[in-house]
Design a protein around this ligand. Structure first.
Ligand code: ATP
Ligand code: MG
Length: 749
């Protein structure tokens, strides 16, 4: 692999190996066992275990169990299972931070003896107050003056459980005026009179993450301590602890990457626990949950999850990934691998009146992939079922399946046509009487009949009834917060679907494509050959509504990856980013560009003061103006934020089109003239007047009689052609909206 295409973490690792900083790479995956792991953890697993594997190092699995009140062994098991299922091995035994409690305690004593840690006895409220704010420095507690002896005594008593919770804490003595708030004498130990699921009742004090994590990493010989961006400010403490204790080298260093976020998905273990505890879902392995256990039960393959994690890359700026990407990944993995079978979700009986007897039709499991072996026999007789949606009495245009006037092929079998529709007393169709064409069998068709599609079917007596669980998104909004955002229709149970008999065995193949329906998985818990239950993994293709969004996100992620060097946002930049996306409603890519660049964000702010049109302003500033500012300072520009605002105002007022705006901008950037002046002197005002536009439209319609014919014959895509021609004839000055309307009207005649 060429170095350039590698993610920034692997580049760091390679550099460290090359410079002999380490001779072996050691990483770790350090979850807190307080819930089931989710797809975000899969990302972390794929990074930590993946890097160790790529560089012949190893990766530890460590339970970060410093919080006795929320942790439990069932979560430990789920975490182990997730790592194994994803195909990784941890080095040696599973490790636990609690196994290091003695050593960590000794390190605390060392810090006290160095005068670098003290027992504080302020109340929680005061501690917060004394810490100061981002804008003001903090004040050190008077207890920081305690002698080393007193500190040692108190700390010992804390350990022995002689004080109640909150009475004292152990703090590092660092810097109460540090610009990094985390460095203002951070907490190292707190009192907790709680039973620990492994350490039992031995301890009445528990180390804080910031103290335990770096030391655990060090003790395990970890070289690269990879974590998510929210720990960026903790890095200073990480370094402070290890440096202050002057430990024998080599020591680990922390590196942060952007945590995975997926739209329509909620990933915090704490919030997922809430769903489980409130029975909003059926346990941690509910196939609608983004837990590894949930994906596993639903039928996702480990490979598809790993491919997804790799495909989205490792970024240094937080971003949101479209859930469609994950769906794409599983589809992509299953497409060529799994057998294709016939299942009818919503059966409608068809009696083929001119068919006698029965037969078995050989059909490949892998019809798309000829060399792949494997087939079964489909029983066939005069009584079959097709899907209700594959017959329409009064079809819309473009309906290609069975209708009273349109034949259809039964997949792998014959062509049939509808002879009679049987309805019940409510007018509902309950049966179709059909005829088949004896010489139309698939593969040896001599009937000469043209059909537009082939549909799935099952033979009435041989078919097996199955239950199908169809899942939709668990949440109805893109950024769900909890139970209130649940999609009430996320689970649909279809009780009486019918499937071809070959599928149902005691131990079925695990995954199938039900042709024309999607990918399905025999539920690993509820399936039996008497009551077969299948989970829908994913449909065959994205619905068009979902589709639109994905490319943008993919592009964005690619971009961050290519510019892999982009550093994490500072607090100020983060705040701007928040404002841009939340208040100004900019998309995250534009917001990212602006927030990270001082010149651009200043320019944008000034323009915004002139004109409240954030989206249009941000677009031109993050593209055109940004290009200019690459080589110039703001005061070297020929134009001002005010002029950009004027230009955008003309777009907003529909005086000029965006296309013309680009022309005006170029001129403005060169000459520094006012946009209005440019528009006037060059006669670029947008043409919206139908009196001017209509004659041009007439002319173009007259010139293109063939296309007019086609348009009226149903090829509505040609509207774009006509609009384009008109805009061209007006040299880009025609108002596209108006032209669209007028052309549409005129073509209808
Ligand atoms: P949660 O808030 O969901 O409980 P966490 O960060 O508290 O997650 P931990 O159990 O501490 O979870 O996480 C173990 C490792 O997994 C950490 O290194 C953490 O950074 C990483 N991780 C957790 N969530 C994500 C995510 N969404 N994307 C990438 N890595 C993640
Ligand atoms: Mg957490």
């Amino acid at each position: 692999m060429e170095n350039k295409s590698k993610d920034f973490l692997r580049r760091v690792v390679e550099k460290d190996l090359k410079s002999n900083k380490y001779n072996k790479i050691v990483t770790r995956f350090p979850p807190e066992p307080n819930g089931f792991p989710h797809i975000g953890h899969a990302k972390s697993i794929s990074i930590n275990f993946g890097i160790a594997k790529d560089y012949q190092g190893h990766c530890n699995l460590r339970m970060d169990d410093t919080n006795p009140t929320t942790e439990d062994t069932q979560y430990v098991e789920a975490l182990k299972d997730a790592v194994e299922w994803l195909g990784f091995d941890w080095e040696g035994n599973v490790r636990y931070t609690s196994d290091y409690f003695d050593e960590i305690y000794n390190y605390a004593i060392r810090l006290i003896k160095m005068g670098k840690a003290y027992v504080d006895s302020l109340g929680e409220e005061e501690i917060r107050e004394y810490r100061g704010t981002v804008k003001s420095v903090g004040k050190r507690s008077k207890y920081a003056e305690r002698s080393i002896t007193e500190n040692l005594e108190l700390f010992e008593k804390m350990k022995n459980g002689e004080f109640s919770e909150g009475k004292h804490i152990l703090r590092a003595k660092i810097d109460m005026s540090s610009p990094n708030m985390k460095m203002r004498d951070p907490l190292l130990y707190r009192i907790r009179h709680a039973h620990h699921f492994r350490a039992g009742d031995k301890w009445a004090i528990y180390p804080m993450y910031d103290f335990a994590h770096c030391l655990s990493d060090y003790m395990e010989g970890v070289t690269h301590s990879i974590c998510t961006l929210e720990f960026e400010n903790n890095r200073d403490i990480y370094n402070w602890v290890l440096d202050t204790l002057s430990l024998n080298p080599p020591r680990p260093y922390q590196h942060e990457f952007a945590r995975l976020g997926i739209n329509y998905t909620m990933m915090s273990k704490r919030k997922l626990l809430e769903l489980v505890e409130n029975d909003a879902v059926n346990g941690w392995d509910d196939p609608r949950l983004p837990t590894i256990a949930g994906y596993k039960r639903r039928g996702y393959t480990p490979q598809s999850i790993l491919n997804f994690c790799e495909g989205i890359g490792i970024a240094k700026a937080n971003s949101m990934v479209d859930v469609a990407q994950l769906e794409f990944s599983i589809r992509d993995d299953l497409n060529t691998k799994v057998p294709r079978v016939l299942c009818v979700m919503n059966p409608l009986k068809v009696t083929i009146t001119n068919y006698q007897g029965s037969e078995e039709i050989e059909a490949s499991y892998y019809p798309h992939d000829v060399p792949k072996e494997g087939s079964r026999k489909l029983p066939f007789s005069k009584e079959i079922y097709i899907d209700r949606s594959d017959f329409k009495q009064n079809p819309d245009k473009g309906y290609f399946r069975l209708t009273p006037n349109q034949a259809v092929r039964l997949k792998y079998a014959y062509i049939i046509s509808c002879q009679e529709i049987i309805k019940d007393e409510n007018g509902e169709i309950i049966e179709i009487k059909a005829e088949y064409y004896p010489n139309s069998k698939s593969g040896e068709d001599k009937s000469g009949i043209k059909v537009k599609s082939a549909i799935q079917w099952v033979e009435k007596n041989a078919a097996k009834e199955i239950e199908v669980r169809v899942y939709d998104r668990l949440f109805k909004n893109e950024a769900p917060q909890g139970i209130e955002d649940l999609n009430p229709n996320s689970l649909q149970i279809i009780k009486n679907a019918l499937i071809e008999p070959a599928v149902i065995t005691d131990k079925p193949d695990e995954r199938f494509q039900f042709e024309r329906e999607g990918y399905f998985y025999a539920d690993p818990i509820d399936y039996s050959s008497e009551f077969p239950v299948f989970n829908k993994i994913v449909g065959l293709k994205e619905s068009s509504a979902k589709k639109k969004k994905a490319p943008q996100v993919v592009e964005k992620i690619k971009k961050i990856q290519i510019d892999g060097e982009v550093v994490a946002m500072s607090e100020d930049q983060e705040a701007l980013f928040e404002k841009y996306t939340k208040e100004d409603k900019l998309n995250s890519e534009v917001a990212n560009t602006l927030a990270r660049d001082k010149k651009l964000s200043a320019f944008y702010q000034e323009a915004l003061n002139e004109l409240k049109s954030p989206i249009n302003l941000a677009n031109i500033i993050s593209n055109e103006v940004a290009r200019e500012l690459k080589s110039k300072e703001i005061n070297e520009l020929k134009f001002s934020p005010k002029q950009i605002a004027e230009l955008i105002k003309m777009i907003d007022d529909e005086l000029i089109s965006t296309k013309i705006a680009k022309v005006v901008y170029e001129e403005m950037a060169k000459s520094g003239k006012n946009p209005k002046q440019i528009v006037e002197s060059k006669g670029l005002i947008q043409i919206s007047d139908p009196k001017i536009l209509l004659p041009i439209i007439e002319e173009i319609i007259d010139k293109n009689p063939d296309n007019v014919e086609k348009f009226r014959g149903g090829n509505t895509k040609l509207l774009g052609f006509f609009v384009g021609q008109v805009l061209k004839a007006t040299k880009g000055k025609g108002n596209p909206k108006v032209v669209n309307l007028l052309v549409g009207e005129r073509l209808k005649d």
